[in-house]
Write a protein that binds this ligand. Sequence first.
Ligand code: ATP
Length: 522
Amino acid sequence: MGSDMIYEMVTEDIISTITDEINIGSLAVERVCQILSDSEIAGEVLTRVITREKFHGLNLLDVINNEFKELNSIFQDSYDGISVVNKNGMVTRVNKAFERLTGIKIKNVLGVNLHKIKKEGNYFDPTVALKVLETGKPVTILQKFAKGKEIMAIGNPVFDETGKVIWVVVNLRDVTELKQLEEKLRKTQELNAQYLFEMENMRKKYTSEHCLVSKSKEMEKIIELATRVSMVESPVLIQGESGVGKEIIANVLHNMNTKRKKGPLIKVNCGAIPKELIESEFFGYEPGAFTGASRCGKPGFFELAHKGTIFLDEIGDLPLGLQVKLLRVLQEHEITRLGGVKTIKIDVRVVAATNRDLETMIKEKSFREDLYYRINVIPLRIPSLRERKDDIAPLLFHFLDTYNRKYDLKKSLSDEVVECLLKYEWPGNVRELINLIERLVVTTDVQQIGLEHLPHRYRTQMDNNFYRMHQMNLTEAVEELERYMVSKAIQSQKSTYKAAKVLGVSQSTVVRLAKKHKVNHC
Ligand SMILES: Nc1ncnc2c1ncn2[C@@H]1O[C@H](COP(=O)(O)OP(=O)(O)OP(=O)(O)O)[C@@H](O)[C@H]1O
């Protein structure tokens, strides 16, 4: 077989492979190049392929042209500035973004040799590309332009098959905006930290000035949330059992709002207003609006709360008729006095509270669902005292101190009393605790208040222990008492030496008794 024949066969074979395998589209050129780069007779094959009449219904030159156009428009329209430099340091390609970012006209850069620019100290910094050519490694530098513009230039080498750099592709990215955003973010973070610091200080100041006692994590969270939402205008619904401190939280919401605290805080007990007066009390009335009305007319709660806060306590007790009117006020921010025609704009923040289950009331159709959603934008649920036992002791001592000072006394609570009250369930919550302490302080005639001074229901827990002891014989009761005292002393003193001192026995006795009663004493 002559060499011409072999040539014919090889090229025909390659051409038909290309024809079979190429999918017309973006992969076409890539595939052609791949096959051709493997072939020694690439040039010949390419000419033959290109000169074939039609290629899958398309002229291959058109395919390559289209491909080139596509790649070129990607290159030109790239948001980053791109320049390509050849191994001799000559700029061979520059896109439009390059001109936009550097302000240098494309025609002034294209074809320029960077080594020359470097020597002449001309208009743009050639360092990146030259450094890449020099080192064969990627290089990144920050270039500063007029008017504070900062551009990040990233140069990457492209190697030939022998590992020599043949091109350098330089990407330019404007980082001025990024830097400005970074600076803005830093300032915002600083402000945020300062704001949190101030808020925390305000909270501490407020809670100490207003004797708001809290030690439990649960209550700390509520006060922190209340402080945070005091800054916004959204309605708040405070839920919790009677006496948990809902009103105290409403005070926080009003007083921590720098704008509103200068205005009034109007507290309304929705359950305490007679039905026939409720509308006139809420919205006020014009002179002579009804028999018995004042001749001067009267502003309602909403008008009085203008620029401040209205606290709608026991909102669950509001009659359905008034719920509709309240909803309208909350939506339209205006009221009309009874007997009046003029609407009055009001700027009021609404804080509502209830100890009733409003969701059940909605199901029972005694509370409007739409009003519920309107007032429940920020829900705050205050846990009962039995759910935050860590607050009991601080509250006991705080109010003991309050009443000692009020009545100029120096009463104290015995350990048993404190222990007993820590175990109590407090159905009336903080209000009940305050009442009990005042009663104990003023009714006892001894310095130290003991178990015997506690009303019976507070002692049930302790009584149970005595009752249990009455069921035992003397030896069992002594054993029980011994175990109880040793374990309590170790628990409170945290050391067997100190426990021994408290119990008036030697340390070895404490250790022996702890072992006997299986009390942990390490
Ligand atoms: N954390 C607290 N620190 C100090 N005093 C408190 C605290 N919580 C509640 N109190 C006091 O307990 C009493 C009852 O609190 P408050 O009136 O706020 O309860 P409430 O939940 O609004 O009750 P109700 O549902 O019956 O209206 C008030 O005298 C209040 O000052």
